[in-house]
Write a protein that binds this ligand. Structure first.
Ligand code: MG
Length: 253
């Protein structure tokens, strides 16, 4: 069985303020395989790392990232971070470049689920310039973002992987057959599921179709144990410390 890799979700949301430089510096020092984070774009074209399409929940300001200049965005302080500001994608690359932790980068859409036109290609270009392409697993809940990203790559470009995150209602409505058909139509071979949607039979069916299966939202000990016992390729967790403990018990080095 292949090794199951751990991704610190938003830099360890339940340990530090999500997607903050503080969380990323802490994650860079953890024995995890990936840091998961989310990318949006400001109105003047700066790629920034934040979960929501607005800054309302996590900062002392309000607004939609896609409608704000980078200068306006940088006035906002991340709640609970001791005065830190929303980082750029370049900032995050700089934190992780010297570390052993690779990137699990999620391409986000703006408010009203709008895709940022051309953003996937800009992210691909930035990762190439930063020398981080081969260290990045690109993800999105929207398959179109992945198609745009792939179209922006040189055919011979080395990328760590590309993973379609399957929202729970998508699986509930389309079923295994529908998800597999949609993924194949998009040329996608790696899928990420909520851990509650995965069991051995589901993993087996997708694996038999040639898919590599990942998980997300494995935040407690039981969920992390399920990820290892199902043998998923990787999983995200808000509690990387718990996941590390489970790994060291179940999958000793
Ligand atoms: Mg994410």
């Amino acid at each position: 069985m292949t090794e199951t890799l751990i991704a610190s979700h938003r830099g360890g949301t339940h340990l530090w303020p999500e997607n903050s430089p503080l969380a990323f510096r802490q994650t860079a020092d953890l024995p995890v395989d990936y840091v998961e984070f989310d990318v949006h774009r400001t109105s003047d074209g700066v790629l920034v790392v934040h979960h929501d399409a607005t800054i309302d929940r996590m900062t002392d300001r309000k607004g939609a990232i896609g409608d704000m200049t980078f200068a306006a965005l940088r006035e906002a302080l991340i709640i609970g971070s001791g005065g830190e500001r929303i980082p750029t994608l370049e900032d995050v690359c700089a934190i992780f470049r010297p570390s052993a932790v690779d990137l699990r980068l999620e391409l986000k859409n703006g408010v009203d689920m709008r895709r940022y036109p051309g953003m996937a290609a800009e992210v691909a270009g930035l990762l190439r310039r930063e020398g981080m392409l081969e260290r990045t697993l690109v993800t999105s809940f929207e398959a179109g973002n992945l198609s745009e990203f792939r179209a922006a790559l040189d055919p011979e470009a080395a990328l760590r992987g590309m993973l379609w995150l399957i929202a729970r209602p998508v699986l509930a409505c389309a079923g295994i057959v529908g998800v597999a058909a949609a993924a194949q139509a998009h040329g996608i071979s790696e899928l990420g599921f909520h851990i509650a949607d995965l069991d051995a039979a589901t993993v087996e069916r997708f694996t038999a179709e040639g898919f590599v299966i990942h998980a997300w939202a494995a935040h407690d000990e039981g969920a992390a144990e399920r990820c290892f016992s199902l043998g998923v390729a990787s999983f995200t967790t808000d509690r990387p410390d718990i996941a590390i403990g489970v790994r060291d018990r179940l999958q000793p080095a």
